[in-house]
Design a protein around this ligand. Structure first.
Ligand SMILES: CC(C)(COP(=O)(O)OP(=O)(O)OC[C@H]1O[C@@H](n2cnc3c(N)ncnc32)[C@H](O)[C@@H]1OP(=O)(O)O)[C@@H](O)C(=O)NCCC(=O)NCCS
Length: 275
Protein backbone atom coordinates (compact mmCIF):
# COMPACT_ATOMS: atom_id res chain seq x y z
CA UNK A 1 0.00 0.00 0.00
CA UNK A 2 1.02 3.61 -0.61
CA UNK A 3 2.63 5.48 2.26
CA UNK A 4 0.02 6.89 4.62
CA UNK A 5 -2.59 4.31 3.62
CA UNK A 6 -3.41 1.61 6.16
CA UNK A 7 -4.94 -1.72 5.15
CA UNK A 8 -7.42 -3.39 7.50
CA UNK A 9 -8.49 -6.95 6.80
CA UNK A 10 -11.59 -8.54 8.21
CA UNK A 11 -15.01 -10.06 7.83
CA UNK A 12 -18.61 -8.98 8.26
CA UNK A 13 -17.77 -6.91 11.37
CA UNK A 14 -16.47 -4.32 8.87
CA UNK A 15 -19.81 -4.17 7.02
CA UNK A 16 -20.94 -0.80 8.51
CA UNK A 17 -17.71 0.78 7.21
CA UNK A 18 -18.08 -0.91 3.83
CA UNK A 19 -21.61 0.43 3.22
CA UNK A 20 -20.72 3.99 2.02
CA UNK A 21 -17.91 2.60 -0.15
CA UNK A 22 -20.29 0.14 -1.78
CA UNK A 23 -22.82 2.92 -2.33
CA UNK A 24 -20.10 4.97 -4.08
CA UNK A 25 -19.59 2.04 -6.45
CA UNK A 26 -23.36 1.80 -7.07
CA UNK A 27 -23.33 5.53 -7.92
CA UNK A 28 -20.42 4.93 -10.29
CA UNK A 29 -22.27 2.09 -12.00
CA UNK A 30 -25.24 4.42 -12.54
CA UNK A 31 -22.91 7.15 -13.83
CA UNK A 32 -21.49 4.81 -16.50
CA UNK A 33 -25.01 3.90 -17.65
CA UNK A 34 -25.60 0.65 -15.70
CA UNK A 35 -25.29 -1.27 -19.00
CA UNK A 36 -28.46 0.44 -20.25
CA UNK A 37 -30.71 -1.50 -17.85
CA UNK A 38 -33.26 -0.21 -15.30
CA UNK A 39 -31.74 0.18 -11.82
CA UNK A 40 -33.13 -0.07 -8.29
CA UNK A 41 -33.39 2.79 -5.76
CA UNK A 42 -30.14 3.80 -4.03
CA UNK A 43 -31.68 2.95 -0.60
CA UNK A 44 -32.28 -0.64 -1.74
CA UNK A 45 -28.79 -1.51 -2.90
CA UNK A 46 -26.87 -1.97 0.37
CA UNK A 47 -29.31 -4.36 2.14
CA UNK A 48 -29.20 -6.60 -0.93
CA UNK A 49 -25.44 -6.39 -1.29
CA UNK A 50 -24.99 -7.13 2.42
CA UNK A 51 -27.17 -10.23 2.04
CA UNK A 52 -24.98 -11.27 -0.90
CA UNK A 53 -21.79 -10.77 1.16
CA UNK A 54 -23.30 -12.75 4.05
CA UNK A 55 -23.86 -15.63 1.63
CA UNK A 56 -20.28 -15.42 0.33
CA UNK A 57 -18.75 -15.30 3.82
CA UNK A 58 -20.90 -18.27 4.86
CA UNK A 59 -19.92 -20.31 1.79
CA UNK A 60 -16.22 -19.40 1.48
CA UNK A 61 -14.02 -19.62 4.59
CA UNK A 62 -11.25 -17.62 2.90
CA UNK A 63 -13.52 -14.64 2.09
CA UNK A 64 -12.19 -11.29 3.27
CA UNK A 65 -12.79 -7.55 3.18
CA UNK A 66 -9.71 -5.36 2.68
CA UNK A 67 -10.35 -1.80 3.78
CA UNK A 68 -8.06 1.10 2.81
CA UNK A 69 -7.82 3.91 5.38
CA UNK A 70 -6.08 7.22 4.63
CA UNK A 71 -5.65 9.93 7.29
CA UNK A 72 -8.15 8.10 9.47
CA UNK A 73 -10.79 8.01 6.73
CA UNK A 74 -12.11 4.91 4.93
CA UNK A 75 -11.38 5.52 1.23
CA UNK A 76 -11.72 2.18 -0.54
CA UNK A 77 -12.16 -1.55 -0.20
CA UNK A 78 -11.85 -4.86 -1.95
CA UNK A 79 -13.81 -8.03 -1.22
CA UNK A 80 -12.27 -11.33 -2.22
CA UNK A 81 -13.01 -15.03 -1.89
CA UNK A 82 -11.76 -18.27 -3.37
CA UNK A 83 -13.98 -20.22 -5.77
CA UNK A 84 -13.06 -23.91 -5.34
CA UNK A 85 -13.80 -26.63 -7.82
CA UNK A 86 -15.74 -29.51 -6.27
CA UNK A 87 -13.16 -31.92 -4.88
CA UNK A 88 -10.38 -29.41 -5.50
CA UNK A 89 -7.24 -29.35 -3.43
CA UNK A 90 -5.11 -26.58 -1.97
CA UNK A 91 -3.88 -24.46 -4.85
CA UNK A 92 -6.84 -25.37 -7.05
CA UNK A 93 -9.45 -22.71 -7.41
CA UNK A 94 -9.84 -19.13 -8.51
CA UNK A 95 -9.27 -15.93 -6.54
CA UNK A 96 -12.36 -13.82 -7.10
CA UNK A 97 -11.98 -10.07 -6.78
CA UNK A 98 -15.66 -9.69 -5.98
CA UNK A 99 -15.65 -5.93 -5.42
CA UNK A 100 -13.19 -3.06 -5.78
CA UNK A 101 -14.19 0.50 -4.94
CA UNK A 102 -12.29 3.70 -4.19
CA UNK A 103 -14.11 6.93 -3.23
CA UNK A 104 -14.18 9.42 -6.15
CA UNK A 105 -11.98 11.99 -4.37
CA UNK A 106 -9.31 9.36 -3.58
CA UNK A 107 -9.06 7.76 -7.05
CA UNK A 108 -5.88 7.95 -9.09
CA UNK A 109 -3.58 7.77 -6.03
CA UNK A 110 -2.58 4.13 -6.11
CA UNK A 111 -5.20 2.96 -3.59
CA UNK A 112 -6.98 0.65 -6.04
CA UNK A 113 -3.62 -0.80 -7.14
CA UNK A 114 -2.64 -1.34 -3.49
CA UNK A 115 -5.87 -3.24 -2.83
CA UNK A 116 -5.39 -5.40 -5.95
CA UNK A 117 -1.76 -6.08 -4.95
CA UNK A 118 -2.98 -7.29 -1.53
CA UNK A 119 -5.51 -9.63 -3.18
CA UNK A 120 -2.81 -10.97 -5.52
CA UNK A 121 -0.52 -11.61 -2.52
CA UNK A 122 -3.32 -13.53 -0.79
CA UNK A 123 -3.68 -15.69 -3.92
CA UNK A 124 0.06 -16.40 -3.98
CA UNK A 125 0.02 -17.31 -0.28
CA UNK A 126 -2.68 -19.89 -1.00
CA UNK A 127 -0.84 -21.19 -4.09
CA UNK A 128 -3.67 -20.02 -6.36
CA UNK A 129 -2.64 -19.12 -9.89
CA UNK A 130 -5.99 -18.14 -11.44
CA UNK A 131 -7.74 -14.83 -10.70
CA UNK A 132 -11.04 -13.45 -11.94
CA UNK A 133 -13.10 -10.28 -11.73
CA UNK A 134 -16.44 -9.20 -13.17
CA UNK A 135 -16.76 -5.72 -14.60
CA UNK A 136 -20.00 -3.97 -15.49
CA UNK A 137 -20.71 -3.38 -19.18
CA UNK A 138 -19.60 0.19 -19.97
CA UNK A 139 -17.24 0.53 -16.97
CA UNK A 140 -14.36 1.01 -19.37
CA UNK A 141 -11.88 2.72 -17.06
CA UNK A 142 -11.98 -0.14 -14.56
CA UNK A 143 -11.85 -2.65 -17.43
CA UNK A 144 -8.70 -0.95 -18.77
CA UNK A 145 -7.13 -1.07 -15.31
CA UNK A 146 -7.74 -4.85 -15.15
CA UNK A 147 -6.45 -5.44 -18.70
CA UNK A 148 -3.31 -3.48 -17.73
CA UNK A 149 -2.85 -5.91 -14.85
CA UNK A 150 -2.93 -8.92 -17.17
CA UNK A 151 -6.59 -9.96 -17.03
CA UNK A 152 -8.21 -11.04 -20.31
CA UNK A 153 -11.89 -11.35 -21.32
CA UNK A 154 -13.32 -14.79 -20.58
CA UNK A 155 -17.14 -14.72 -20.68
CA UNK A 156 -19.97 -12.18 -20.94
CA UNK A 157 -23.23 -12.15 -19.02
CA UNK A 158 -26.22 -10.71 -20.86
CA UNK A 159 -29.39 -9.70 -19.03
CA UNK A 160 -32.96 -9.12 -20.01
CA UNK A 161 -35.27 -8.03 -17.18
CA UNK A 162 -38.67 -6.73 -18.17
CA UNK A 163 -41.34 -6.84 -15.48
CA UNK A 164 -44.77 -7.82 -16.74
CA UNK A 165 -46.84 -4.69 -17.37
CA UNK A 166 -49.53 -5.22 -14.77
CA UNK A 167 -49.88 -6.56 -11.29
CA UNK A 168 -46.39 -7.70 -10.43
CA UNK A 169 -44.33 -5.21 -8.41
CA UNK A 170 -40.63 -5.07 -9.29
CA UNK A 171 -38.80 -7.67 -7.24
CA UNK A 172 -41.64 -10.14 -7.32
CA UNK A 173 -41.11 -13.37 -9.14
CA UNK A 174 -42.88 -15.99 -11.14
CA UNK A 175 -44.12 -19.18 -9.63
CA UNK A 176 -43.96 -21.50 -12.59
CA UNK A 177 -45.15 -24.97 -11.58
CA UNK A 178 -42.43 -27.55 -10.94
CA UNK A 179 -43.38 -29.57 -14.02
CA UNK A 180 -43.02 -26.48 -16.25
CA UNK A 181 -39.62 -25.67 -14.74
CA UNK A 182 -38.42 -29.22 -15.20
CA UNK A 183 -39.50 -29.11 -18.86
CA UNK A 184 -37.71 -25.81 -19.49
CA UNK A 185 -34.60 -27.07 -17.79
CA UNK A 186 -34.60 -30.32 -19.75
CA UNK A 187 -35.11 -28.48 -23.06
CA UNK A 188 -32.27 -26.05 -22.28
CA UNK A 189 -29.92 -28.87 -21.32
CA UNK A 190 -30.81 -30.89 -24.42
CA UNK A 191 -29.85 -27.82 -26.46
CA UNK A 192 -26.46 -27.73 -24.73
CA UNK A 193 -27.12 -24.97 -22.21
CA UNK A 194 -26.54 -25.04 -18.47
CA UNK A 195 -29.63 -24.05 -16.44
CA UNK A 196 -29.54 -22.39 -13.01
CA UNK A 197 -32.20 -20.45 -11.14
CA UNK A 198 -30.61 -17.68 -9.09
CA UNK A 199 -32.22 -16.10 -6.08
CA UNK A 200 -32.99 -12.42 -6.67
CA UNK A 201 -33.57 -9.61 -6.60
CA UNK A 202 -30.27 -8.19 -7.80
CA UNK A 203 -28.51 -5.34 -5.94
CA UNK A 204 -28.16 -3.09 -9.01
CA UNK A 205 -30.87 -3.86 -11.56
CA UNK A 206 -34.63 -4.19 -11.37
CA UNK A 207 -35.10 -7.95 -11.36
CA UNK A 208 -37.49 -10.69 -10.26
CA UNK A 209 -36.98 -12.75 -7.12
CA UNK A 210 -36.13 -15.73 -9.35
CA UNK A 211 -33.63 -15.20 -12.15
CA UNK A 212 -32.95 -17.84 -14.78
CA UNK A 213 -29.30 -18.10 -15.76
CA UNK A 214 -28.54 -19.95 -19.00
CA UNK A 215 -24.93 -20.92 -19.55
CA UNK A 216 -23.72 -21.12 -23.15
CA UNK A 217 -20.08 -20.67 -22.30
CA UNK A 218 -18.66 -23.45 -24.46
CA UNK A 219 -17.70 -21.76 -27.77
CA UNK A 220 -19.53 -23.12 -30.80
CA UNK A 221 -21.71 -25.58 -28.90
CA UNK A 222 -25.03 -23.66 -29.04
CA UNK A 223 -27.18 -22.71 -32.03
CA UNK A 224 -28.62 -19.19 -31.93
CA UNK A 225 -32.05 -20.56 -32.93
CA UNK A 226 -32.01 -22.95 -29.94
CA UNK A 227 -31.11 -20.12 -27.60
CA UNK A 228 -33.96 -18.02 -29.00
CA UNK A 229 -36.41 -20.91 -28.54
CA UNK A 230 -35.38 -21.47 -24.93
CA UNK A 231 -35.54 -17.77 -24.10
CA UNK A 232 -39.03 -17.33 -25.53
CA UNK A 233 -40.32 -20.47 -23.76
CA UNK A 234 -38.88 -19.27 -20.45
CA UNK A 235 -40.48 -15.84 -20.83
CA UNK A 236 -43.80 -17.42 -21.84
CA UNK A 237 -43.68 -19.43 -18.58
CA UNK A 238 -43.64 -16.17 -16.58
CA UNK A 239 -39.96 -15.70 -15.75
CA UNK A 240 -39.01 -12.12 -16.57
CA UNK A 241 -35.36 -11.92 -15.51
CA UNK A 242 -32.93 -13.94 -17.62
CA UNK A 243 -29.16 -14.02 -17.67
CA UNK A 244 -27.27 -15.73 -20.47
CA UNK A 245 -23.54 -16.41 -20.26
CA UNK A 246 -21.63 -16.65 -23.55
CA UNK A 247 -17.92 -16.69 -24.46
CA UNK A 248 -16.28 -13.25 -24.65
CA UNK A 249 -16.09 -11.44 -28.00
CA UNK A 250 -15.06 -12.03 -30.72
CA UNK A 251 -16.29 -15.63 -30.18
CA UNK A 252 -19.99 -16.45 -30.73
CA UNK A 253 -21.06 -13.37 -32.76
CA UNK A 254 -24.34 -15.10 -33.72
CA UNK A 255 -25.29 -15.59 -30.04
CA UNK A 256 -24.52 -11.93 -29.36
CA UNK A 257 -26.72 -10.85 -32.29
CA UNK A 258 -29.52 -13.14 -31.13
CA UNK A 259 -29.36 -11.70 -27.62
CA UNK A 260 -29.45 -8.13 -28.92
CA UNK A 261 -32.51 -9.04 -30.99
CA UNK A 262 -34.18 -10.41 -27.84
CA UNK A 263 -33.55 -7.09 -26.00
CA UNK A 264 -30.70 -8.37 -23.79
CA UNK A 265 -27.87 -6.04 -22.74
CA UNK A 266 -24.36 -7.09 -21.83
CA UNK A 267 -24.44 -6.53 -18.06
CA UNK A 268 -21.08 -7.91 -16.93
CA UNK A 269 -17.92 -9.30 -18.41
CA UNK A 270 -15.75 -11.81 -16.59
CA UNK A 271 -12.02 -11.24 -16.93
CA UNK A 272 -9.49 -13.88 -15.91
CA UNK A 273 -5.76 -14.10 -15.42
CA UNK A 274 -3.46 -17.11 -15.12
CA UNK A 275 -0.21 -16.41 -13.30
C1 LIG B 1 -11.11 1.35 -10.66
C2 LIG B 1 -10.60 1.89 -9.33
C3 LIG B 1 -10.90 0.90 -8.24
C4 LIG B 1 -9.10 2.07 -9.43
O1 LIG B 1 -8.63 2.59 -8.20
P1 LIG B 1 -7.67 3.85 -8.17
O2 LIG B 1 -7.22 4.03 -6.76
O3 LIG B 1 -8.34 5.00 -8.82
O4 LIG B 1 -6.51 3.30 -9.10
P2 LIG B 1 -4.95 3.61 -9.04
O5 LIG B 1 -4.71 5.03 -8.63
O6 LIG B 1 -4.29 2.54 -8.25
O7 LIG B 1 -4.58 3.47 -10.56
C5 LIG B 1 -4.72 2.22 -11.23
C6 LIG B 1 -4.41 2.48 -12.67
O8 LIG B 1 -5.45 3.30 -13.19
C7 LIG B 1 -4.91 4.27 -14.09
N1 LIG B 1 -5.41 5.58 -13.67
C8 LIG B 1 -5.26 6.19 -12.49
N2 LIG B 1 -5.89 7.37 -12.50
C9 LIG B 1 -6.48 7.47 -13.70
C10 LIG B 1 -7.29 8.45 -14.31
N3 LIG B 1 -7.66 9.57 -13.64
N4 LIG B 1 -7.73 8.23 -15.55
C11 LIG B 1 -7.38 7.11 -16.22
N5 LIG B 1 -6.61 6.15 -15.70
C12 LIG B 1 -6.16 6.33 -14.44
C13 LIG B 1 -3.47 4.20 -14.03
O9 LIG B 1 -3.07 3.62 -15.28
C14 LIG B 1 -3.13 3.23 -12.92
O10 LIG B 1 -2.18 2.34 -13.38
P3 LIG B 1 -0.61 2.60 -13.11
O11 LIG B 1 -0.32 1.83 -11.87
O12 LIG B 1 0.02 2.04 -14.33
O13 LIG B 1 -0.41 4.07 -12.94
C15 LIG B 1 -11.24 3.25 -8.97
O14 LIG B 1 -10.99 4.16 -9.98
C16 LIG B 1 -12.73 3.18 -8.72
O15 LIG B 1 -13.19 2.92 -7.61
N6 LIG B 1 -13.51 3.42 -9.75
C17 LIG B 1 -14.94 3.43 -9.66
C18 LIG B 1 -15.50 2.10 -9.22
C19 LIG B 1 -15.08 0.97 -10.11
O16 LIG B 1 -15.16 1.06 -11.32
N7 LIG B 1 -14.68 -0.15 -9.49
C20 LIG B 1 -14.33 -1.34 -10.22
C21 LIG B 1 -15.55 -2.20 -10.30
S1 LIG B 1 -15.28 -3.64 -11.28
Amino acid sequence: MREGVELIRGGLELAPRIEPLWTALFDHHLAVGAAGLATIQRSETWPRRLAHYRGLFAAHPEAEFLLAVRDGRDVGYAMRYVEREAGGEHGDGTMLLETLSVLPEARGNGIGSGLMDAVDRAARRSGITRSAVEVLGGNSRARDVYLERGYAPSTEHWLRSEPPGTGAPPGSGPRAPEAVRAGLRRAAEERGMAWTVLEGPDDTWVTASEMVDLGCAVPGSIEAADLERSVSDIIAAGFWTLFVEIPAAPAAPELRDALRGLRFRMCTERLERDD
